[in-house]
Design a protein around this ligand. Structure first.
Ligand code: NDP
Length: 327
């Protein structure tokens, strides 16, 4: 038996419980992992609270990511004792996930734990931080350089936003934080933001094009915020869009695309090819100041995950929530 956060949906409704599970019920797959740390991401909160149909089969062990140690392997790629990380691939949605003391997954989904990170640090980064790195890589691929001008990061106090600010600042970009929490100015400045803007300036319907300001942007909010970001990118600028914290719609016009040549780059971490994942984790080792992780992380036990999922939905969680599975 082991402990896990299990989501159920039946005639009595939708529920998430911290409970014991039989080892024999784990899904069949080629690598078994003793999970050391997991995290709470926005998607985990949606799954646990049932606010969005993230979970595709029931019962489901929650948790879209984890870091831990291999305890059994039928794969030539991993041996017992190897430290590994998993992000996405439908884990916690269609396949039992990481908010659990044990997991059984396909070897192809795993990447080796980067040498300079502990399992705790890897999960302080988590899927949010790995996605932030993918967003930075997407901007770089479009040729956005620190000398081109300011980069706007929305949802700045959240997981993706916080890590994105820390990475961009370390790379020498001038970062402006868009946030609903002006009271967290010192947190954002410590991460590396040079200016803080209230998100209300971007959250209402705006003009098709406004004054050019941003050389690039990372957006986790969507809806009017993303539309207004597109409308205020500099000529040829790019926005990496990965989230929908403010809404799934995109009420924009084509004007900034056809008159300013701006680029809207979608970023997906779930099905991202393995080579890109490995590159992202390598870049995180190099381009994220790990001393910043302490400041942006809070640590909870597995039994507290459900309570914290509700806090996520209230928008009161700041930075990253690391789950110590054995706590
Ligand atoms: P968090 O909840 O940690 O952060 C989201 C932040 O967005 C909040 O902290 C808040 O920041 C801001 N926000 C929340 N609600 C609203 C709102 N209604 N309008 C405007 N801003 C709002 O989530 P994550 O950082 O983990 O994820 C952010 C988004 O990115 C989510 O939509 C998530 O699903 C998506 N995502 C996508 C991935 C992908 O593969 N494409 C991978 C990981 C995440 P503040 O108060 O500072 O404004």
């Amino acid at each position: 038996m082991f402990n896990a956060v299990v989501i159920n949906k039946d005639d009595t409704g939708y529920s998430a419980n911290y409970q014991t599970v039989n080892e024999g019920d784990l899904p069949a797959a080629d690598v078994s992992v003793k999970v050391a740390h997991s995290t709470l991401n926005y998607k985990d909160a949606l799954a646990i609270t049932g606010k969005s149909p993230v979970v595709r089969s029931f019962p489901m062990v929650a948790g879209i990511d984890f870091a831990g140690e291999v305890t059994h392997s039928d794969s030539a790629d991993f041996s017992v004792g190897d430290k590994v990380v998993l992000n996405g691939w439908g884990v916690g949605e269609r396949h039992w996930g990481g908010l659990s003391e044990q997991a059984c997954v396909n070897a192809d989904w795993l990447v080796p734990l980067p040498k300079s990170f502990s399992t705790e640090q890897a999960m302080a980064i988590g899927t949010a931080g790995y996605t932030a790195m993918l967003c930075v890589m997407a901007l770089e691929k479009q040729g956005v350089r620190p000398s081109d001008g300011e980069i706007l990061v929305s949802g700045a106090t959240g997981g993706v936003g916080s890590v994105a600010i820390a990475i961009l600042a370390k790379l020498g970009y001038t970062v402006v934080a868009l946030t609903g929490k002006l009271s967290d100015e010192s947190y954002l400045r410590n991460l590396g933001a040079s200016e803080i803007i209230h998100r209300d300036e971007y959250s209402s319907p705006g003009k098709p094009m406004i004054k050019e300001r941003w050389a690039g942007a990372i957006d986790v909010v969507g809806s009017h915020t993303l539309a207004n970001i597109c409308a205020s990118l500099k000529y040829g600028g790019s926005v990496a869009a990965c989230g929908l914290a403010g809404g799934m719609d995109l009420p924009a016009t084509v004007a900034p695309f056809i008159l300013r040549g701006v680029k809207l780059i979608g970023v997906d971490s779930v099905m991202c090819p393995k080579a890109q994942r490995l590159e992202a984790w390598e870049r995180l080792e190099k381009d994220l100041d790990v001393t910043k992780l302490e400041a942006l992380s809070q640590y909870i036990g597995l039994s507290e995950a459900i309570e914290y999922a509700n806090k996520f939905m209230d928008g009161t969680v700041k930075g990253r929530v690391v789950v110590d599975v054995m706590k």
